[in-house]
Design a protein around this ligand. Structure first.
Ligand SMILES: NC(=O)c1ccc[n+]([C@@H]2O[C@H](COP(=O)([O-])OP(=O)(O)OC[C@H]3O[C@@H](n4cnc5c(N)ncnc54)[C@H](OP(=O)(O)O)[C@@H]3O)[C@@H](O)[C@H]2O)c1
Length: 511
């Protein structure tokens, strides 16, 4: 692993939710583990009326709110916060940038940083172009010599369709080299997503089975039990397809489906993922009708409490057609995956907060033994649980003790929580550390982002132009529109309805 060099991190949106809830606690955790260089500085930017002291107090609350760091001694946190500063600034005003440049240079000098700047754009996406334009205008985008660097981390959403993603890439490439641009997808920083790579490529026994000869279909579910909280304005312009599928779920699909890279480096890994995106079968308008189900939650009583409908949420128009649920059946047309459907599903206000990948293996070609109770032949499933109760479960058939040959479905499971000394780090920790070290293996490359939009664009266009495509209502607290089941050709097939526990039953789900 490369080691991070001294840096100044300048956070546009330093007064926002992402910074206090995720970024600063993650950087503090790296500091606590002595993974940061001796010299570093963090300059938070925003219009809110903080000074350095009140900003540090605000961030300390964010650090404390992250449970597992509560026992940390005050001194360590104080030492960390001594390297954090705040600058009041309006990024929409060109006149504010000379003052920002001055403050950056002062902080750099004070913290002995020597020209390495990381700009983090934790702001609404409409500011990405004005900010980077101004960075270039004030010559902040180019390091003074070859031993220093300038990098920019860009949050999602990266574009709202193929054209806007292309425009943003074109704009960025006029200012930065591709190695300077870090398009973050925090799912790629999740330990359990990286573990899919380790699971596939560090174990010899699964790879021979990982193809269309043995796999019947793949299911990827990212369910959220929460609603849209305070993000109504953003969410209504995005919807579940743009918010979750274009980025997080397609990235997971690519990791599940990619060929083994020759090396574990940024080029080789990202090239293999890119080939997967290029192999997705394009969806026609007709395919969208038949292979994509969209839904929106409606009012319902959940565990005794009324939950309002999406259209009753703050900042949502009463006639909004934005989907809060989407399920897609798609195919990857290559040698390995020919004919294997990938079922991808995400939604808000579902019964549990769960993300998992289920590899459904083909059934045995000939059934020697008795059917199990519900008349289904056992199908082996490998469940890669991304969150919560992170782990892996393999379901298979076993003989029930006693006379005859009655087969029962049983599971073999591994839970990360069983690893005595491990806590699963926050995804941002790993990603930020990589960015400080200049490693963008786990960040999305320009061409791959565009390629993933090519998969999504036809669905958006069909929804916009075909009034026949329905938006189904589903009661909050349920697993989305029942029509999502129709994506399976075989009526005996269904989605897995997971619980917060990897090995738990559906009935244990909680909202
Ligand atoms: N929150 C999350 O968990 C999360 C997860 C994934 C991605 N993201 C992405 O991260 C970005 C930020 O999200 P967030 O939740 O942190 O949003 P937020 O809480 O609304 O914060 C927005 C930030 O932008 C700043 N800002 C807005 N207009 C400004 C202006 N004209 N000049 C200077 N600063 C300005 C705000 O500062 P002032 O209010 O002080 O002006 C604030 O610091 C978004 O792109 C979002 O999609 C967030």
């Amino acid at each position: 692993m490369r080691t991070p060099e001294r840096f100044l991190l300048v956070i546009f949106g330093g007064s926002g939710d992402l910074t206090s809830r995720k970024l600063i606690p993650s950087i503090y955790s790296l500091f606590r583990q002595n993974l940061l260089p001796d010299q570093f500085g963090i300059l938070g930017l925003g219009r809110k009326d903080f000074n350095d002291d009140s900003y540090r107090r605000h961030l300390r609350n964010g650090i404390k709110a992250v449970g597992y760091r509560r026992q940390e001694d005050e001194e360590k946190c104080n030492n960390f916060l001594k390297s954090v500063f705040y600058h009041r600034f309006d990024m929409g005003k060109d006149d504010d940038y000379p003052g920002l440049k001055k403050r950056i240079e002062e902080t750099e000098k004070r913290q002995h940083i020597d020209g390495n700047y990381m700009f983090y754009l934790a702001v609404p996406s409409e500011y990405y172009i004005p900010i980077t334009t101004n960075l270039a205008r004030h010559n902040l985008h180019k390091a003074p010599d070859k031993d220093n660097w300038r990098r920019v981390i860009i949050e999602k959403p990266f574009g709202s369709d193929l054209q806007t993603a292309k425009d943003l890439n074109r704009h960025l490439s006029g200012i930065f080299n591709e190695e300077q641009v870090f398009r973050i997808d925090h799912y790629l920083g999740k330990e359990t997503v990286q573990n899919i790579l380790a699971f596939r490529f560090a174990n010899g026994i699964f790879e021979p089975l990982w193809n269309q000869n043995y796999i019947h279909h793949i299911e990827i579910t990212a369910a959220e039990n929460s609603g849209i909280e305070d993000r109504g304005g953003y969410y209504d312009s995005a919807g579940a397809l743009r918010d979750m599928v274009q980025n997080h779920l397609l990235q997971i699909a690519a990791i599940v489906a990619m060929e083994p890279p020759a090396l574990f480096n940024e080029k080789a890994v990202r090239d293999e993922k890119m080939k997967v995106f290029q192999s997705f079968r394009p969806l026609t308008n007709e395919d969208t009708r038949n292979s994509v189900i969209r839904g929106q939650y409606i009012e319902s009583r959940v565990r005794g409490k009324m939950v309002k409908s999406y259209r009753q949420e703050k900042s949502i128009p009463a006639d909004s057609m934005t989907e809060t649920f989407v399920a897609v059946k798609c195919y990857i047309d290559n040698w390995r995956w020919n004919g294997v459907p990938f079922f991808v599903r995400t939604g808000k206000r579902l019964p549990a907060r769960v993300t998992e990948v289920i590899v459904h293996f083909k059934k045995t070609p000939h059934h020697l033994f008795k059917m199990i109770a519900d008349n289904l032949i056992i199908e082996n499933q490998l469940i890669l649980r991304i969150q919560p109760d992170e782990g892996i479960l393999l379901n298979f058939g076993m003989k029930m003790p006693g006379a005859g040959f009655k087969i029962k479905k049983v599971g073999m499971d591994f839970h990360y929580s069983d690893l005595a000394e491990s806590t699963i780090p926050e995804a941002y920790e790993r990603l930020l550390l990589d960015a400080f070290a200049g490693d963008n293996t786990l960040y999305a490359r320009a061409d791959a982002v565009e390629e993933s939009w090519k998969i999504i664009d036809p669905i958006i266009s069909a929804w916009e132009n075909d009034p026949e495509i329905k938006l189904y209502g589903y009661p909050a607290g349920t697993w989305g529109p029942k029509e999502a089941r129709n994506l399976f050709d075989d009526p005996s097939m269904d989605w897995r309805y997971p619980c917060k526990n990897l090995t738990g039953e559906e009935t244990y789900c909680e909202l």
